[in-house]
Design a protein around this ligand. Structure first.
Ligand SMILES: O=C(CO)COP(=O)(O)O
Ligand SMILES: O=C[C@H](O)COP(=O)(O)O
Ligand SMILES: [Zn+2]
Ligand SMILES: [Zn+2]
Length: 286
């Protein structure tokens, strides 16, 4: 079933587990995500970045996800990841996304609050959940020192003010994760996570979670993370599978064989994450 983001995450928050939010940009990745969720009886969030929205066509990818979600035996939310462009945010509401992220993290606090609030007010009116970001989540290209990194982390006092002023449903925080593959070993600020969670009590979102150890993931979930974003790990499984398959099967030219094989590799990664996050067997209980 297709449900709102907060419906999935409020339950995860109460019961103390995290739901995987996996990025898609085509049919096969969407199938891999939703089939994995059904096979593990796990709620799931399928998310589309602005880049994926433009690549696939926002309406096309929304229709693929919505059709599969409606037929699915588990709760599925369709979420816009890192929405920054007003046009894309509005179109995603029109195309039936059930959750949107407004990412105003590059703006100073007052402007981030003002812009986020505007999106929350619109989304509320049509019953769509909103995620926002406070602090700056690193990227692969970032070449910054530890002290510079810490300056980008989410400040707990600001987080309280931000949530009170904007009314967002869930908050993405910066505690040392980064998008893309990690160059060194990530060191997460768990104390900061603990403080933010205890003061906000709401669902917390962890971006840049590909490449994190099982230990870090489980600790983050225990301390209150309820939505975990994964893109890079799926992309890498996809690319490695296509590369090896074409190399081993020189005569193959049917996209269904090539992508069908890649789908299996993506499902292996997705299912491992769902189990790590504790979202397996949470869709229908009892
Ligand atoms: O945060 C993400 C999407 O918003 C994905 O992060 P990764 O690049 O670590 O998969
Ligand atoms: O947050 C980043 C996601 O991995 C999306 O990446 P993308 O903008 O290349 O689609
Ligand atoms: Zn961001
Ligand atoms: Zn992200």
């Amino acid at each position: 079933m297709l449900v709102s983001g907060i419906e999935i995450l409020a339950k995860a928050n109460i019961d103390g587990y995290a739901v995987g939010a996996f990025n898609t940009s085509n049919l096969e990745i969407t199938q891999a995500i939703i089939e994995s969720a059904e096979e593990l009886n796990a709620p799931v969030i399928v998310q589309v970045s602005e880049g994926a929205f433009n690549y696939a066509g926002g309406k096309n990818i929304a229709n693929i996800v919505k059709t599969m979600a409606r037929d699915a035996s588990v709760p599925v939310a369709l979420h816009l990841d890192h929405g920054r462009d007003f046009g894309i945010l509005m179109r995603s509401i029109r195309y039936g996304f059930t959750s949107i992220m407004y990412d105003g993290s590059k703006y100073p606090l007052p402007e981030n609050i003002e812009r986020t609030k505007r999106i929350v007010d619109m989304a509320r009116a049509v019953n769509i959940s909103v995620e926002a970001e406070l602090g700056k989540i690193g990227g692969t290209e970032d070449n910054v020192s530890v002290s510079e990194k810490e300056a980008m982390y989410t400040d707990p006092d600001e987080a309280v003010e931000f949530v009170k002023e904007t009314g967002v449903d869930y908050l993405a925080i910066a505690i040392g994760t980064a998008h893309g593959p990690y160059k060194g070993v990530p060191h997460l600020d768990f104390e900061r996570l603990k403080e933010i969670k205890s003061r906000l009590g709401m669902p917390i979102v962890l971006h840049g979670a590909s490449g994190l150890s099982e230990e870090d993931i489980k600790k983050a979930v225990k301390l209150g993370v309820n939505k975990i974003n994964i893109d890079t790990d799926i992309r890498q499984a996809f690319a490695a599978s296509v590369r090896a398959y074409l190399d081993e099967n020189k005569d193959v030219y049917d996209p269904r064989s090539i992508l069908g094989n890649a789908k299996k590799a993506m499902k292996d990664v997705i299912k491992k994450k769902m189990i790590m996050f504790g979202s397996d067997n949470r869709a229908k209980e009892g």
